[in-house]
Design a protein around this ligand. Structure first.
Ligand code: CLF
Ligand code: SF4
Length: 481
């Protein structure tokens, strides 16, 4: 497709006006400050995981039991193990210093519900001291039906289920065994039980009105052609999001897939499966496959700053007032941006003539929902597709930072180029001459004209300046369109 003239995606997830973005109020209240359930929220709010759940009741072929649950975190990572009291102390300590914190999740290191006592005691202790923080749970779903009342009792508003198959014949290749009702099951029976329990879990979560996200690990040659069917099936249960994550498979992780050479999917394969699923259910694309003890915004992990936090007293002020102020400031900011987008950009005027245009634009941010990071300091670029209907987050691209304390690593520019070559433009707060020229020569503009603007505002303003250039018949901003 010719850059800048490709057919536009209409399922924009930013750029819609109105604070509730077309969601019912009860759903909006649950997602508006959950960084995993809302792309916008992930630029403003932080999550924290407490690793209180070491045991697991199934075996996945992409998991090595020495490490964290690979359903929600990167494999090959070992998290600290906490008791419920230590977890509560740590949450209070983090909450008192991080007003962006909006959610605490239990995502391992094993399965949250294979450790029910520790999981629910942790939720009880956190609820008691910081009732405004959302609780989140991630599980394989094998025993969820047993615990649905407990989940509701502690007001856990978000549950993630990892579902990699709806056909036990596919499951047989992923799960060598499950431990259920005091018995170890193998072969197809193991996957039949898991599948049955997972579907029952979805039904119960739907009945209980608990927002559910499904994670699926994309495993080339095993379930890559099957995940679109998984999306269709989970839609029947009103699953809010489908998060299709790439298999991470390296021999050194010691997993069955890693040792037997099952490969990781390419970014293009991942995108293609995500695109296929999107018609059926909302697809999450901003997951960072974070650790079971991660703390901070999704694109950062500041757990090292809280190494000794488990030792702190529980008599801490949880910082509820600061969190409340912070939330209000985000709502205010969003309202200002929505109003400005409506009044100054007037996208409707362009939509008839230019609704076929999609620009792929990367931005750098260090948080706060703004384009506020120097090109050379970025360790990732967020990539959006921008049309007259709005902007849609499509992926993030991780890089080693270009700036090496006073000088730029020019050899690294080749890697940058290979990761960003599908972009029309890159919006940053500042950029040096060398990267600017290198990208310009390749027909990709790096611009600091939108520095410190809200991300959405910057992206849409860039689109408008591009469309104005097309309208005037002057040279478009982009060299290669
Ligand atoms: Fe944690 Fe998961 Fe809750 Fe988010 S993570 S338990 S839903 S608060 Fe988020 Fe991390 Fe991806 Fe998970 S980026 S791995 S989807
Ligand atoms: Fe590993 Fe998680 Fe699978 Fe259990 S559910 S085997 S911890 S990836």
């Amino acid at each position: 497709m010719t850059k800048g003239t490709s057919s536009g995606c209409k399922s924009a997830n930013c750029g819609k006006s109105g604070s509730e973005e077309g969601f019912q109020k009860d759903v909006w209240d649950k997602i508006k400050d959950h960084p995993c359930y809302s792309v916008k929220a992930h630029n403003h709010f932080a999550r924290m995981h407490v690793s209180v759940a070491p045991a697991c009741n199934i075996q996945c072929n992409y998991c090595n039991r020495k490490y964290d649950c690979a359903n929600e975190s990167r494999p090959g990572v070992v998290s600290e193990r906490l008791s419920p009291v230590q977890a509560q102390r740590k949450v209070l300590s983090v909450a008192s210093k991080l007003p962006q914190l909006s959610v605490v999740g239990i995502a391992g290191p094993g399965d949250a519900l294979a450790n029910p006592d520790k999981t629910f005691e942790t939720f009880r202790l956190i609820r008691q001291e910081a009732p405004d923080i959302k609780l989140c749970l991630s599980t394989n779903g094998l025993v969820l039906p047993e615990y649905i009342d407990e989940i509701a009792k502690y007001d856990v508003e978000h549950v993630t289920l990892t579902i990699n198959m709806i056909d036990p014949r596919v499951g047989e290749k992923i799960y060598p065994w499950v431990y259920f009702e005091k018995k170890k099951w193998v072969g197809i029976e193991a996957s039949e039980i898991l599948h049955r329990q997972q579907m029952k879990s979805l039904e119960l979560l739907k009945e209980a009105g608990i927002l559910c996200k499904v994670n699926s690990v994309l495993i080339p040659g095993v379930n890559d052609k099957h995940l679109a069917d998984v999306s269709k099936e989970i839609k029947k249960y009103d699953v809010f999001l489908h998060n299709i994550v790439p298999l991470i498979s390296r021999p050194e992780h010691g997993t069955y897939f890693g040792k037997t050479g099952v490969r990781e999917p390419t970014p293009q394969e991942l995108k293609s499966v995500q695109d296929q699923s999107e018609g059926d259910v909302r697809v999450m694309r901003h997951c960072r496959q974070c650790r079971a003890d991660a703390i901070g915004m999704l694109n950062e992990d500041i757990r090292d700053e809280f190494q000794d936090a488990t030792l702190e007293s529980t008599n801490l002020d949880s910082g509820e007032a600061a969190r409340s102020e912070y939330r209000k400031s985000v709502i205010k900011l969003q309202k200002r941006v929505d109003d400005e987008l409506k009044s100054t950009l007037a996208l409707d005027e362009y939509s008839k003539e230019f609704d076929h245009i999609t620009l792929t634009i990367a931005i750098t941010t260090s948080g706060g929902g703004r384009i506020n990071q120097h090109f050379g300091h970025a360790s990732e670029f967020q990539v959006y597709e921008v049309t007259t209907s709005g902007c849609k987050y499509v992926s993030h691209r991780s890089v080693d930072t270009y700036c090496q304390g006073g000088y730029g690593d020019d050899e690294a520019l080749d890697t940058y180029m290979s990761k960003l070559k599908d972009c029309h433009a890159i919006l940053v707060s500042k950029v040096g001459r060398c990267p600017r020229e290198t990208f310009n020569d390749a027909g990709i503009e790096i611009s600091d004209k939108y520095a410190y603007k809200n991300i959405e505002e910057g992206l849409l303003s860039y689109l408008v300046s591009h469309l104005d250039a097309l309208k005037d018949g002057s040279s478009p901003v982009l060299a290669q369109t």
